[in-house]
Design a protein around this ligand. Structure first.
Ligand SMILES: [Cu+2]
Length: 115
């Protein structure tokens, strides 16, 4: 094989490997953050793709929790805490409309659509 062809072949294989690696990273990064504030979720309505991991990040100073009120699959419930930071993560594997609430604060709700 001429030297130039060999170099082109190596470059192609390297580029292909890079694209595959980047694709894998993008897939693993299917996550998003919802803020748990005083006394609301921000945003309070959101659409994500199936398989997305939602991180709930406490940014307020009041006690809050994250509880599934309705939607596909089984229930879930975080602890009640006022600790700042990500205190709860949930991967949504089933498509549909979820209603997520904080049981401490009436009207504190998140409408999550998984498609
Ligand atoms: Cu709350």
């Amino acid at each position: 094989m001429p030297r130039a062809s060999l170099i082109v072949a190596i470059a192609l294989v390297t580029a292909l490997g890079l694209v595959t690696a980047l694709g894998g990273v993008a897939g693993a990064r299917a996550s998003t953050t919802v803020k748990v504030a005083d006394n609301f979720f921000r945003p309070d309505s959101k659409t994500v793709r199936k398989g997305t991991k939602v991180k709930f990040k406490w940014v307020g100073s009041n006690d809050h929790n994250v509880v599934k009120a309705s939607g596909p699959g089984g229930g879930f419930r975080s602890e009640t805490t006022d600790d700042p930071g990500v205190n709860f993560k949930k991967k949504f594997k089933k498509a549909g409309r979820y209603k997520i609430i904080c049981t401490i604060h009436q009207g504190m709700k998140l409408k999550l659509k998984v498609r």
